[in-house]
Each structure stands twice: as structure tokens, then as C-alpha cells.
Write a protein that binds this ligand. Structure first.
Ligand code: DUC
Ligand code: ZN
Ligand code: ZN
Ligand code: ZN
Length: 484
């Protein structure tokens, strides 16, 4: 059974043109005028784009005494409803747990996925076992990215020595390190101070994580990556301080990628102040929402190319879960949702306002991500031979976002009341229609794990500090060469 998408305009990261798309066996087999197929999907008035790839989700994640409430079924259903056809989640070893052991746990959860997926492996502790297992993770399991938390002191956080060792290992293996860049020591100190002063409400969460903690950590991670001779990917870049560090590194020829979230692009710190407790707590995430100047910086970064892609960090907790933190903001589970809304929100506030072209939209929601994660052109492309992970986008279709009609399992939506114009008419996952005009036809378990090969050596960081890693003379006797 072949399918043909007819009458639409193909929009890729490079160009826009009118053509039909013929699909067979889950892949694109022909692109051109007047194609015929067994089943016709009408794309009149629509754009045919690579499905979104969300490089950053936390589905069914054990975190802060609970589990995030969207699992691989509801999370990927939400993704498809909004035009996203692949998610990259995180396997998180608990302290002392082996990487392969943790990966097995995430493998078990992900069997319910409705769309394709991959994992980043988190490095949450460090010893020889972790060093050794990283090789199997890359070469046998097909995971070429390792995540490092510079915050969450006492649980997920790694120290600089561990991060440097892991970054060097990534360099050897052709893997890309990721960082959650916030100075965890300073966050812990500020949090304790705020609590001691009686600032226990959700707004104090924002005060405990000012832009400086993110800027400092981003700078530090970039310098450590440079010393290790490895590129770097900075997740959820939320502020000018972090963006500035990324811009400067890229200007110096270092391969550093920044990933703003749709939440930080469109919601600001006003969500925390003079709001009722539930409203503010539902928006507690790390990093927190920032002011308008930071938002402008992020939009400018997407336009200028200093920021590479847009993610969600989808990590959804119900209101009841958020209420674990009544009386102590540090116990509010950190995280917000966005999987279903990333594409419509970015289209509306980016393309709809003239801040992004349609081609830039495709680049930052799909193609750039596929390239950075080394799955292009199987994903992120409308090309013969690519997976038919596609969204047929209707620029005239509108709705007001509301929790009542969302796919996510939680009881609210941080974008509640936002009006979006631009929504999927069809979402296809490897050729299967999962969404048609808002009607959900997902198939639990349809999603497959996508292996990602290590990057070629050409993807090494272009370090300006070569002399540091070059062989250096050593006074092996330990006695100073010229007396002291
Ligand atoms: N930030 C969040 O808000 N939630 C999940 C993990 C993270 O870094
Ligand atoms: Zn994070
Ligand atoms: Zn995250
Ligand atoms: Zn229809």
C-alpha cells in the first residue's frame, strides 16, 4: 500500500517548492509532480515538512520523589498531535547504577512509544565502570550523546573533575556531551538563604536560579569542553548570559550548540509573581522563566544562528505532584510540558510574527537537530530514502490551547489560553497517519529506537587551546630543573 501526499508545498530547511510525496514501506520513495499512490492525502493549501524532532524530553522520569506524569505512550501521543515525530529522552542511572543497566530500564518503558525515539545517556556519577561502559553505550547501543547535570547538588550533579573526565571520554568515542548548565553549589546556597528568610513560595524558585548561575556554568562547561577537545551542546539555554557565552565560543570557532525551549521563548517571569500558588508552581522548572530582554536574546539567537534548535524539556507533573512543595519551594517537582505545543507555538510566535522564515522553522525544530544528533537524513529531511516522518501543516488552522483537549496526562497546560494559528492536518510516523485534523490514530508500540552512530572526527571542537593538549616536557625526577 503506497500513500501519496498531493497538492502541497514542500518546506525544508533549505527551500520551498510544490511537489507530491510518494511513500512506501514507511520511507519516501519519490518526490515530484503528479505522483500516484493507493491512498491520497490531500495537502492543498498546506506545507509538507519534516516532522518535528524534540531533542529533550523526560517521560516517566523518576525525579524529586516522584515520576513525571507523561509516559512514553501519552508523551509521544502528545508529540504526534502537535506534529513532532521523534523524541530524544534521557536514561538516568541512579548513583552507583551501571549505564547499561539504566538503559535497560528506559528500554522497557519506551516499548509503548507511538513514534520513534532515542536516548541521551546521563553521566550522574563517575568511576572506571562508567568510563568502560560508555564505549558499549556508543558502539553497541547506538547512543552518541552524554548528558551532564551541573545542578541538582546531591543527586544528579557531577563535579568539574568528573565532567572533564567524561568529556575526554566523549572525545575519544566520537560522542557529544550535553550539559544542564547551572551552578549547583550556588543554587543550593541561594535556596538555603531564601528558605531561612521565610521565602518558601514558588516565586523563590526563580530567585534561587538567577541568569548568572546559568551564565557561569555555561562558560565553565565551554572551557572544559575546549580543554577536552570536544564539541558541546547546552540544553535549555534560557538567558543572555548563557547565550552570550555560546555566541562567543562559536565566534572563536568552537563547535558549541545552544537549545532554547519554547517555554522560555514565549513565557516570562511574570508567571511566578503576583500569581496564585498553583499557577506559579505549575511553571516551576529549571532554568526558570526569564524577563523579556532574555526572550529577545533567544529569538535573536535563532535568527542569527547562534542558537541551533528549539526543544521542550517536556517533564510534566500534575498539580497534586507540584503541591509536594507547599511550604518549601525546593520540593516542587521541577518541570513543565510542551510536547504538543512546541510547533504550533513556534510557528505562531516565530513564523507568524516574521521573526523566523518557514525554512528556519524547519531547521530549528527538526533538521538542525537531526544533523547534530547524527541521524540526518534518515530523520529531519524530505528526501527520497528518508523515513516518512512528516507533518502536513495547515497554516490557516487555529485553536486556543487548553488543558481540556490536550493529549498530555496532566491537568493543566502552561500555555493555557494562547491562541495558535498553524497546526497539523496530518502527522505521519514512518508513513503511518497518526493524526488527521485533530483526530488521533496513534498506535501504541509503533515507535522504534533509532540508533545514532558516533560522529566523524571532523566534528571535533576547533580548539583555540591546542598547546594545552600537546605533549609537554615533564621533569620526571620531580626535582626543579633550575634550583629554587
Ligand atoms: N529541569 C526541569 O525543570 N525538569 C527536569 C530536569 C531539568 O533540568
Ligand atoms: Zn535540565
Ligand atoms: Zn531536561
Ligand atoms: Zn481532512
Amino acid at each position: 500500500m503506497t500513500k501519496v501526499i498531493k497538492g502541497g508545498t514542500i518546506v525544508t530547511a533549505d527551500l520551498s517548492y510544490e511537489a507530491d510525496v510518494l511513500i512506501d514501506g514507511g520511507v519516501i520513495v519519490e518526490i515530484g509532480p503528479d505522483l500516484k499512490g493507493d491512498e491520497v492525502l490531500d495537502a492543498t493549501g498546506c506545507y509538507i515538512m519534516p516532522g518535528g524532532i524534540d531533542p529533550h524530553t523526560h517521560l516517566e522520569m523518576p525525579f524529586m520523589g516522584t515520576y513525571s506524569s507523561d509516559d512514553f505512550e501519552s508523551g509521544t501521543r502528545a508529540a504526534l498531535a502537535g506534529g513532532t515525530t521523534m523524541v530524544v529522552d534521557f536514561a538516568l542511572p541512579s548513583p552507583g547504577q551501571g549505564l547499561l543497566d539504566a538503559l535497560q530500564m528506559w528500554d522497557n518503558k519506551s516499548t509503548r512509544a507511538n513514534c520513534d525515539y532515542s536516548f541521551h545517556m546521563a553521566i550522574t556519577w563517575w568511576d572506571k565502570q562508567v568510563f568502560d561502559e560508555m564505549e558499549a553505550v556508543v558502539r553497541e547501543k547506538g547512543i552518541n550523546t552524554f548528558k551532564h547535570f551541573m545542578a541538582y547538588k546531591g543527586s544528579l550533579m557531577v563535579n568539574d573533575d568528573e565532567m572533564y573526565s567524561s568529556f575526554k571520554r566523549c572525545a575519544e568515542l566520537g560522542a557529544l556531551p550535553l550539559v544542564h548548565a547551572e551552578n549547583g553549589d550556588v543554587v543550593a546556597e541561594l535556596s538555603a538563604q531564601l528558605l531561612a528568610q521565610g521565602n518558601v513560595g514558588p516565586e523563590a524558585h526563580a530567585y534561587s536560579r538567577p541568569p548568572q548561575v546559568e551564565g557561569e556554568a555555561t562558560n565553565r562547561a565551554i572551557m572544559i569542553a575546549d580543554m577536552a577537545g570536544v564539541p558541546l551542546y547546552v540544553v535549555h539555554t534560557s538567558c543572555e548570559e548563557s547565550h552570550e557565552a555560546i555566541r562567543r565560543a562559536r565566534q572563536a570557532g568552537k563547535r558549541v550548540y545552544g537549545e532554547p525551549l519554547i517555554q522560555h521563548l514565549t513565557l516570562d517571569e511574570g508567571e511566578y509573581f503576583n500569581q496564585d500558588w498553583d499557577h506559579a508552581a505549575r511553571r516551576v522548572m529549571s532554568p526558570p522563566f526569564r524577563n523579556k530582554q532574555h526572550q529577545d536574546s533567544l529569538w535573536a539567537g535563532l535568527q542569527a544562528g547562534s542558537l541551533s534548535c528549539v526543544a521542550t524539556d517536556h517533564c510534566a507533573f500534575t498539580t497534586d505532584q507540584k503541591r509536594y512543595g507547599v511550604g518549601d519551594f525546593t520540593k516542587i517537582p521541577n518541570g513543565t510540558g510542551g510536547l504538543e505545543d512546541r510547533l504550533p507555538m513556534l510557528w505562531t510566535y516565530g513564523v507568524g510574527t516574521g521573526r523566523l522564515t518557514m525554512n528556519e522553522f524547519v531547521a530549528v525544530t527538526s533538521t538542525n537537530i537531526a544533523k547534530i544528533l547524527n541521524i540526518y537524513p534518515r530523520k529531519g529531511a524530505v528526501l527520497v530514502g528518508a523515513d516518512a516522518d512528516l507533518v502536513v501543516w495547515d497554516p490557516e488552522k487555529e485553536k486556543t490551547i487548553t488543558a481540556g483537549s490536550q493529549q498530555s496526562a496532566i491537568d493543566y497546560n502552561v500555555f493555557e489560553g494562547k491562541h495558535v494559528k498553524g497546526l497539523p492536518r496530518f502527522t505521519l510516523t514512518r508513513g503511518k497517519v497518526a493524526v488527521h485534523d485533530g483526530e488521533i490514530r496513534t498506535e501504541e508500540g509503533h515507535g522504534e529506537f533509532v540508533k545514532r552512530a558516533p560522529n566523524a572526527p571532523v566534528n571535533a571542537a576547533l580548539s583555540t587551546w591546542k598547546e594545552l593538549t600537546a605533549p609537554r616536557p615533564v621533569q620526571r625526577s620531580g626535582i626543579p630543573a633550575s634550583g629554587v
